[in-house]
Design a protein around this ligand. Structure first.
Ligand SMILES: Nc1ncnc2c1ncn2[C@@H]1O[C@H](COP(=O)(O)OP(=O)(O)OP(=O)(O)O)[C@@H](O)[C@H]1O
Length: 253
């Protein structure tokens, strides 16, 4: 099976900093790929390029084998690519259902809908269903999500991305701020999403987490992919070796 989303030789400068120096990456449908690398390796920049938040200076991005221009996050979302950022991109004053439907609100039928009236009851009904099928725990649908725990807020942020993503979900350190139990819940959601055939890309510095949830691992170092592993076979020393440059598979690639 070919790649669902692929980056080929992406280059991205920020002023004089070369964040990506010919980075390649690929993810297939129905797999979890962990994107790992040391601080500054270019992981966030690569994800931004693949989710429309930044434009590469050169290189190619292919979706379903076809070159695409992801010129904005909106465009990427239209194509089924969603991102969950570490810094909880939720609206704290809105309730969980309103957050799930933020920017994609359902309108009432007929004249009321044309006048802009939202179908809050239907959004709430569907939101509650989505939270249930994803196993996302939300203590109350009636409170602004700013009043929920960090884990529940993150659950809503993850749900918002995965409900709309029909191709790829990027998660940049989605569990970094969470406790052990909440972390496990997010990993479960990741597995459920993967099992629906969506591709999940997880940026993580937590190697036990990577080994627990990823099917494959791609390693970035100094703005390039330097190694790829099947998660089931890889040892921690190999991951660390690839990240630090002690071991390299793809330098010549
Ligand atoms: N907006 C920006 N302006 C200037 N330099 C940037 C910007 N964003 C990233 N960089 C630089 O690009 C390089 C790659 O950064 P990036 O955040 O992609 O790495 P990362 O692998 O995600 O690191 P970390 O694990 O620390 O988040 C770094 O040297 C960083 O300082």
């Amino acid at each position: 099976m070919g790649a669902l989303l692929e980056a080929r030789n992406l280059v991205k400068h920020y002023g004089s900093v070369e964040a990506l120096r010919g980075a390649s990456f690929e993810v297939r449908a129905g797999e979890v790929v962990a994107l790992i690398g040391d601080n500054g390796a270019g992981k966030s920049t690569l994800v931004k390029c693949l989710s429309g938040a930044e434009q590469p200076d050169s290189g190619e991005i292919l979706l379903d084998g076809q070159p695409v221009a992801l010129d904005s996050p909106t465009r990427a979302r239209q194509l089924g690519i969603e991102t969950v950022y570490q810094d909880l991109a939720v609206a704290p004053e809105l309730d969980p259902a309103a957050n799930l439907y933020l920017g994609r609100e359902l309108r009432r039928g007929g004249l009321l809908g044309r006048l802009g009236m939202l179908d809050k009851a239907e959004m709430r009904r569907r939101a509650s269903e989505h939270f249930r099928t994803l196993g996302v725990q939300v203590q109350s649908l009636d409170v602004p999500i700013g009043a929920l725990s960090g884990g529940q807020r993150q659950g809503v942020a993850v749900a918002r991305a995965v409900v709309w993503a029909n191709k790829v979900v990027f998660m940049d350190e989605p569990t970094a701020a969470l406790g052990v139990v909440q972390r496990e819940r997010v990993l479960d959601v990741i597995r459920r999403v993967r099992d629906t055939g969506v591709a999940v890309v997880l940026i993580s510095h937590n190697m036990p987490e990577v080994q627990a949830v990823a099917d494959r691992v791609e390693v970035l170092r100094l703005g390039r992919r330097v190694a790829r592993f099947t998660a089931a076979d890889v040892r921690l020393e190999q991951l660390v070796g690839a990240m630090t440059g002690a071991l390299s598979q793809e330098d010549a690639a």
